[in-house]
Structures are given as structure tokens and as C-alpha cells.
Design a protein around this ligand. Structure first.
Ligand code: C2E
Ligand code: CA
Ligand code: CA
Length: 882
């Protein structure tokens, strides 16, 4: 009886094992034998069994290490199980000595007396059944993730290549799933044949595959992709997205996969059939950065190797003599050459190395200053301080120690701090600044005007100096606005006993203008670039050097400038209330004024008077227009001579400022582009009006300026025109045609009725099939040309797609005229084309009332369909139009 049951079970096992991927087995508890189907040994590459069965010992023999103990079947393991089912994982060793994992599901069976009889179970090899795609036999996504992970753990780098079959859905749809599956299999075969054993391929989902290009170069990846393209060229095209991976980048496998997917998406978006790397430059930069950080750490540890300090002179505006130097840190990398401070200082800050390096700068700069003070007894030194130093180190203690060691008084030192959001925590900073102040050390706010702070904080923070940023200084002689701004800042600062240093003085013209505003200190290339110790000493210490004499001569020249100062020039501008400057500065109009402006005017909107104007509008001052006219009258005075006729109206309207609306907003900008005569040529210009109100008087001003935008505008118009055209035929494309039709209908009010015609080539498919696409394209071009030649210039011609064209006859509904045109078209078309092509047409009248473009298209489409039904070369009107 027992024997019989066993046999019938074994038969069942055999049957199921052949039919499914899984393997069923039976463990007879009395004989301690485990029965498998025949395929077991072959499938799992273990030694063959004797009569379908292994003894438990045999089985333990090819199990990994002590895993075998599990097989000794303690019956207790089956107690208290949900459903009585036991899940076990075993590691086997195959004939080649390779470890592999199987998952077993087992159930204990009892005899009719209720005694345990045997265990039936089924085994699935996790590696083969769960990690392999059944269709292509490639590994699946899960395996990919594990492999990637392993690569990262082993510190390997490479590329993850994801490949997608373009338009796979269409292939499935058009040719059926069988063909689709065949393409997938061919893809897998192609991958198999191209990849050597070190690289694995995977199928991720439906039409997506991947290669783990471990150790590959970019070139190898590209070559692989091109080879794949070639192999599958007759079946499909491929897009590919590639992401680089590298253990130092610290990305997870998910992130790497995401990057490759992103690149694939982008490749598909950009037209398919191409390969894109996930913005590799960013990665290179990241790697490069990590590398550079390491280098900086080494340099600092290696006694600041590669670091040095340059010194830039600071000039006393009154005497035009040197009064100080700014110490500027330099870094020379053996491999990378000279690195800009703007590049390496943020890294030093990030690594907090700036604390050590900053202390090094401080002590070296002060030591150098001490030496130079033997010749220049009043020389001071400015050292830049990072917020990291202030927040995270005892920079105060350090400074005192260094000063002490060198025996220097505190007042030789100025600490420069960049204007930034940090400063808003001025309670914290004031405490430190106060302590420095007691030692005579000055605090300067660097890059003033570029940061987040406002002039008002000058009163609340204990600082001694502000350094006006270069962007306000450069070109100051061209900008009345910058001039005023600077004048007011200087006035305000000096009234608060704060020194002002103007940075970035590069030209004599700038210097001349600046001198009228009486800043305290000047700095910039005009006086000297940042210099090495030797260079500096030639100019300021060694009296016998050529450079020394030259520098003295220059100083004398600059002093002369001062003496020649008159009340002429910019000083004639009355100074505005300082409070209003604050938001004027925020408007950025100063920058606008500085560059590219060809005309400007400042207008008091209350009195409607022009306060100031220049550039192309300069002549309004001399022509006495400004005396009794309002600004809009002045600015439009020569409109007929200067402005392009079509633009005159909008140009004049531009000067209607709705004051109530404007006043309530801090600043408001209005812009208009129009054509204006410049040097005898009509050119595109942009006028900007910037409206702002002065805080105390609440007076409303407008700053109006003009820019020449002709070059950009022409370019843009060209691009726009190109974007609106169908590439092949040059007529409007679908979108542009729609836009133009709508534009006309809405502009024509309720009266104008127009006609829309849809045309379709009758034998286009035949031409394509028989003579090829090139010929098809040629016929489409001929058709478009004939349409253009037949209809009026003002009519709109567009290509809807394929061989369908649209013609919109503006304000024309007369059937007789239309028929005449259609016949003209037929004749002309018949003459040019060699395939006896004809067109079917649908026609509808377009009425502005209740207009819907979509409806019109539907109507012509229906009419066209009716024509086609009737035969070839026929036109029909949409039926409910009599
Ligand atoms: P900064 O403190 O505003 O330094 C002035 C910068 O303007 C310097 O650039 C200088 O070479 C440049 N400069 C001076 N006059 C002119 C001029 O007439 N025309 C032009 N175009 N540029 C001029 P540099 O040396 O590249 O320094 C850049 C920034 O790096 C500094 O700006 C400062 O913020 C920072 N820095 C430099 N050394 C240190 C340092 O030791 N510690 C800290 N924390 N930052 C530093
Ligand atoms: Ca500085
Ligand atoms: Ca600066």
C-alpha cells in the first residue's frame, strides 16, 4: 500500500517537473531517501542520483558547509506552522564547485494513523528562476541591481548602459506579439554576441535592456551601442542612456539606474535612435572636485605647499600715496596650475580648512607688514576673513596672539568680511567686532552693494570701513545713476564715521569721477595689481628701482587730478535722499544703465518733467524742448521722423503711466519693443520704463531707457519664422496655421467671412510605395509650390501632416471665384507633376460668430471625406452650407 502510494506520487512528480520550472521532491521519512525527478541532477549540476533518489547523506554531501544539518528533518520544525508549510533556503555546491542557493517549500504528510509519513516539497533555484527573464534568458533588473551593488562594494567603476527599443509598442501593435517577442530575442542574441564574458546583459522590462559596463571606457560604450544599432538595423532603432558609476561618487544603485533612465528619456525626447550620457560633465566635475579637495588637504598638511600671498596696494585718496595693502591668497597646483581664489576658497571653507589657512594668512601678512613698516611706517594690512573662521574658531584669540608675538599694535590690521546674509545676525558679530575694536583692529565690509544688507544696517553694526564693490565703480563716468548712488553711500557712511574704500578702479576716467565723491581709500589695477613680495618691494620699498620711480610719478599725476577738480562734471547732480537709494539699488537698473543703453531719461511723473536725459535723447536738452514740455511730448516729438510708422501708436501709448497703480508697488517695469531709425537705418529697440517712488516725499519717478536689440530681434524673428514652417514644404505647419487663422478671425470682427479648404493627394500612397519616399516628398513640395503660386499672397497655406494641406482664403466666400481658383490650381498642378496626381478637397465657410477652429477642421474633414467617397479630383462643400 505504502509502496503503491509512493509510486503514484513519484509519477506525479515526474509529470509536474517536466511541465513546470519548479522541481517537486519527496522525502520518505522511513527510508530517509529523497526522491527527485530525473532532470534534477542535470538542472542543478549535481552528481547523478541512483534511481531518482538521494539518501539524506548524499544530499548533505553536496550542500554548502553546515547547511546540510538542516536536511536532517527535525519534525518539530513543522509544528505550529501556518498552513503546515515550511520555507527553507539551502546552499548547494554544483559539480564545478560553485555555490548556488535554492528555495524549498515543504509540507509534512501523515498516514491514515496520523503518523508522519513523508515530506513533499518543491525547490526553485533562485538564481535561475527568479533572476532570469524567461523570454530572453537574460538576467533581470533585480540581478542588475545586485551586480551593480557588488561592483560598488568592490570599488569598481564603469558605465550602466540602458537600451530601449524605439517604438516597440508600434512593432507589437503592427506586427503582433510574436514578432515583437522575436525582436526582443534578437536583441538579447545581439547583446550576447557582442559582449565578452566580463560584461553582463539584462532585460529590465518590456523593451528595455541593460549592460553593466564594468571597467568600460566611454569609447567602448559608444562602440557597443553602434554595433548594437548595426546588428538590429533591419528590425528596429535603439536609444540608449548611460550613467557613469564610481564608488567615490557615493551614489546608490538606485540613483545610478535613475541617471541612466534619465539619459535614456532624454535620448528618446531628442529624437530617438541615439545615445546620451547622463551629464557626464557634472560627474567629471564631482570627481575632479573630490580629487582637488584631497590635494588641498595634502597641501595644508604639507606646510601650506602651493599657497602664497599677493599684496595689492590701497591708496589714500587725499595724498594719492599708499596707505595699506590687501593680502590676497593664491594657490598654485602642481597639476592644475594657478587656481582662482573664488574657486579654492569656497572649498577650503567647506572643509573648514580655511581656519588653519586663514590663520596662516593672518600671521604671514602681519609679519610681512611689520617688515615693510620699517620703510613705510604707516602701512596697514587688510586680511580677508571667512565667516567660517568667525563662527567656528577663536579668530579673535588667534589674532591677538599673532599681534602679540610680532609686537604690532592692533591698528595695523583691517579684517575684511564679505557682505552677506550672515551679517544679519549682527548681535553675534557686534560682540566680536566690539572686542576687535577695543584692540584697534578695524572691520571692513567687503563687496558692499552686492549682498543682502541695506544701508540702514551701517548704523546698527560696529564697522569701520565699507569697500564698495567693483560693479559700482567700473564705468562710473558713464553712469549718472551709479554716480549718485555712490555719492549718497559715501555721504551716509562718512556721516556715520565709516571709511569708504572704492575697489576695482581701473582707469583714470573712473578715478577722476570718483575723486569728486571723496572716498577715503582707493584700490584697483590702476594703482597696482596684486603683487608678489618682490614685485611690491620694487614699487614701494626699493627707491633705486625703475618701478619705484614710475610709481612716484603716477602718484604725482593723480594728485594733479585732485587739484583740478571743479564743481563741473557730475557734481552738479543734486543728491537724492539716501533712503530712496536703497530700493533703487535693488532694481538693478544701474546695471541696465551701464551696459548697452543708447538713450536714457529720468522723469518726475508728478511734474511730468524730464530731470535728466542722455544718449540718443541728449539733444532734447540742448533744443530747449525741456523747458516747457511734458516728458511724453518731448519723447514723442520726432516720432514721425524716427519711429517706424506701424509702431508709432504703441510707442505713444507707452508713455501713459497709470500712476495710482504704480505708486502702490515699490517698483514696476514696463517694456516695449519697436522699430526706430538709428543712423539712418530702422532698427529694433527696446524701451524700458522703471517706475519707483521716493520714500519720504512719495514723489514718483520713472527711469526710461532704450536699448538696441536689433541683432537679437532679427535672429529671434528668423527663428520664429522657421519654427512656424513645415520643414519639407515651407508652408505653415499645423500649429502656426491654426494660430494665423485664429489671429485673422479674431481680428476681423463679426463681419468678415472666410473660406477654409482641405486638400488631400489622391494617389500619395501609391507614389510612396512604388517610387519611394523621396519621390513622395518631391510631389508634396510641388503641390505646396503650386498652392503658393495659385492663391493670393494674403491667403494662408499650411500642411496639416502627411499629404493633407489647408488653405485659408481670407475674407473670401464667393463660390465662383473659389471655383476659378480651384481650377487654376488643378491645371497648374497637372502640368508640374508626372504621376497624374490629383487632389480631393473639402471646403467650409468660416464665420467669426461662434468660431471654433476645431469645428471648422472637422467640417472640412467631413467634406473632404465625402469628396473621396465620390471618386478622385472632386471638391465638396460641407453639407449644411448651401
Ligand atoms: P576681494 O576681497 O573682493 O578681493 C578683491 C579682488 O578683486 C581680488 O581678486 C583682486 O585681484 C580683484 N581686483 C582688485 N582690483 C581690481 C581691478 O581693478 N579690476 C579687477 N577686475 N579686479 C580687481 P582675487 O585675488 O581673485 O580674490 C578673489 C576673492 O577671494 C577676494 O575678493 C576674497 O573674497 C577672496 N580671498 C582672497 N584671499 C582670501 C583670504 O586670504 N581669505 C579669504 N577668506 N578670502 C580670500
Ligand atoms: Ca577683500
Ligand atoms: Ca571686494
Amino acid at each position: 500500500m505504502r509502496e503503491k502510494m509512493l509510486n503514484s506520487f513519484l509519477e506525479a512528480i515526474r509529470f509536474f517537473s517536466n511541465a513546470t520550472e519548479e522541481m517537486t521532491y519527496l522525502c520518505d521519512l522511513s527510508s530517509q531517501k529523497v526522491y527527485f525527478a530525473d532532470r534534477y541532477a542535470e538542472r542543478f549540476k549535481v552528481p547523478p542520483m541512483d534511481g531518482m533518489a538521494y539518501t539524506l547523506e548524499e544530499l548533505q554531501g553536496f550542500m554548502y558547509a553546515r547547511n546540510g544539518e538542516k536536511v536532517s528533518y527535525k519534525l518539530e520544525s513543522f509544528e505550529n506552522l501556518k498552513d503546515g508549510i515550511l520555507h527553507q533556503e539551502y546552499h548547494f555546491i554544483d559539480k564545478q564547485g560553485k555555490k548556488f542557493k535554492v528555495h524549498c517549500t515543504e509540507k509534512l504528510q501523515f498516514d491514515h494513523m496520523g503518523n508522519p509519513m513523508w515530506i513533499i516539497g518543491h525547490v526553485s533555484n533562485i538564481a535561475t528562476s527568479q533572476r532570469v527573464d524567461p523570454l530572453t534568458r537574460l538576467f533581470n533588473a533585480q540581478q542588475l541591481m545586485e551586480d551593480l551593488n557588488e561592483c560598488l562594494e568592490k570599488k569598481q567603476s564603469g558605465f550602466l548602459v540602458v537600451l530601449g527599443i524605439d517604438n516597440f509598442k508600434n512593432i507589437n501593435h503592427k506586427y503582433g506579439r510574436n514578432i515583437g517577442n522575436r525582436v526582443l530575442k534578437n536583441m538579447a542574441d545581439a547583446l550576447d554576441s557582442l559582449l565578452d564574458l566580463s560584461l553582463r546583459a539584462y532585460r529590465l522590462d518590456s523593451d528595455k535592456f541593460a549592460i553593466n559596463g564594468v571597467g568600460c571606457t566611454r569609447e567602448v560604450v559608444e562602440e557597443l551601442y553602434h554595433n548594437m544599432q548595426e546588428k538590429l538595423a533591419d528590425q528596429c532603432t535603439l536609444s540608449s542612456g548611460v550613467a557613469k558609476y564610481h564608488p567615490d561618487l557615493g551614489e546608490s544603485t538606485d540613483e545610478i539606474y535613475q541617471h541612466a533612465e534619465n539619459a535614456l528619456d532624454s535620448a528618446k525626447k531628442n529624437g530617438k535612435n541615439k545615445l546620451e550620457f547622463f551629464s557626464e560633465t557634472i560627474y567629471e566635475e564631482m570627481l575632479n572636485m573630490i580629487d582637488f579637495q584631497e590635494e588641498l588637504k595634502q597641501s595644508v598638511a604639507n606646510d601650506f605647499a602651493g599657497f602664497s600671498i599677493s599684496y595689492q596696494p590701497q591708496i589714500d585718496n587725499r595724498t594719492c600715496e599708499i596707505c595699506g595693502v590687501e593680502a590676497l591668497l593664491r594657490y598654485h597646483s602642481k597639476r592644475r596650475g594657478e587656481i582662482a581664489p573664488d574657486e579654492f576658497i569656497p572649498i577650503l571653507e567647506q572643509l573648514e580648512l580655511i581656519i588653519t589657512v586663514g590663520e596662516w594668512v593672518l600671521s604671514n601678512a602681519l609679519r610681512q607688514c611689520k617688515i615693510w613698516r620699517q620703510t613705510l611706517p604707516n602701512l596697514r594690512v587688510s586680511v580677508n576673513l571667512s565667516f567660517v573662521q568667525l563662527r567656528n574658531s577663536d579668530v579673535y584669540g588667534q589674532t591677538l596672539n599673532i599681534l602679540d608675538e610680532l609686537g604690532l599694535p592692533g591698528n595695523v590690521l583691517t579684517l575684511e568680511l564679505t557682505e552677506s546674509i550672515h551679517l544679519q545676525d549682527y548681535r553675534f558679530f557686534n560682540k566680536i567686532f566690539y572686542k576687535f575694536g577695543k584692540q584697534g583692529v578695524r572691520i571692513a565690509i567687503d563687496d558692499f552693494g552686492t549682498g543682502y544688507s541695506s544701508l540702514s544696517y551701517l548704523k546698527s553694526i560696529a564697522i569701520d570701513e565699507i569697500k564698495i564693490d567693483r560693479c559700482f565703480v567700473s564705468g562710473i563716468h558713464y553712469s549718472a545713476y551709479n554716480y549718485r548712488l555712490l555719492g549718497n553711500i559715501i555721504e551716509l557712511a562718512q556721516s556715520a564715521k565709516i571709511r569708504v574704500c572704492c575697489e576695482g578702479v581701473e582707469t583714470k576716467a573712473e578715478l577722476k569721477t570718483l575723486k569728486e565723491l571723496h572716498p577715503d581709500i582707493l584700490q584697483g589695477y590702476l594703482f597696482g595689481k596684486p603683487q608678489t613680495v618682490e614685485e611690491f618691494e620694487k614699487c614701494y620699498i626699493h627707491a633705486e628701482a625703475e618701478e619705484y620711480k614710475k610709481t612716484r610719478q603716477q602718484e604725482a599725476q593723480y594728485r594733479l587730478l585732485e587739484e583740478n577738480l571743479t564743481e563741473e562734471g557730475y557734481a552738479k547732480y543734486e543728491r537724492m535722499a539716501a533712503s530712496s537709494l536703497q530700493h533703487m539699488r535693488q532694481t538693478e537698473m544701474y546695471k541696465a544703465i551701464l551696459s548697452e543703453t543708447i538713450a536714457y531719461a529720468e522723469v518726475d511723473l508728478e511734474t511730468r518733467k524730464i530731470l535728466d536725459c542722455g544718449g540718443l535723447w541728449d539733444n532734447y536738452q540742448s533744443e530747449n524742448l525741456m523747458k516747457d514740455n511734458n516728458y511724453d511730448e518731448i519723447l514723442t516729438f520726432y516720432k514721425d521722423e524716427l519711429i517706424y510708422p506701424e509702431d508709432i501708436e504703441i510707442y505713444c501709448q507707452f508713455f501713459d503711466f497709470d500712476m495710482d497703480e504704480k505708486i502702490n508697488e515699490t517698483n514696476k517695469t514696463k517694456k516695449l519693443q519697436y522699430r526706430r531709425n538709428i543712423d539712418g537705418v530702422m532698427q529694433w529697440v527696446e524701451i524700458t520704463a522703471h517706475i519707483f517712488s521716493e520714500q519720504y516725499s512719495e514723489n514718483v519717478y520713472a527711469l526710461i531707457y532704450l536699448k538696441n536689440i536689433d541683432a537679437e530681434k532679427q535672429q529671434k524673428l528668423k527663428q520664429e519664422a522657421a519654427a512656424a514652417r513645415d520643414h519639407l514644404t515651407g508652408v505653415y505647419n499645423r500649429g502656426a496655421f491654426e494660430k494665423e487663422v485664429k489671429k485673422h478671425v479674431f481680428a476681423s470682427g463679426l463681419d468678415g467671412e472666410s473660406t477654409l479648404i482641405m486638400l488631400d493627394l489622391d494617389n500619395f500612397k501609391m507614389i510612396n510605395d512604388r517610387y519611394g519616399h523621396m519621390e513622395g516628398d518631391r510631389v508634396l513640395m510641388q503641390l505646396a509650390d503650386v498652392l503658393k503660386a495659385t492663391f493670393r499672397k494674403r491667403d494662408l497655406i499650411g500642411r496639416l501632416g502627411g499629404d493633407e494641406f489647408l488653405v485659408f482664403l481670407k475674407d473670401l466666400t464667393d463660390r465662383e471665384i473659389i471655383l476659378r481658383r480651384i481650377n487654376e490650381f488643378r491645371d497648374a498642378f497637372a502640368k508640374v507633376n508626372s504621376y497624374e496626381s490629383t487632389c480631393s478637397m473639402g471646403i467650409t465657410i468660416v464665420k467669426p460668430g461662434n468660431f471654433s477652429y476645431e469645428k471648422c477642421i472637422r467640417k472640412v474633414d467631413i467634406a473632404l471625406y465625402q469628396s473621396k467617397e465620390k471618386g478622385k479630383d472632386i471638391y465638396s462643400y460641407y453639407e449644411d452650407e448651401k
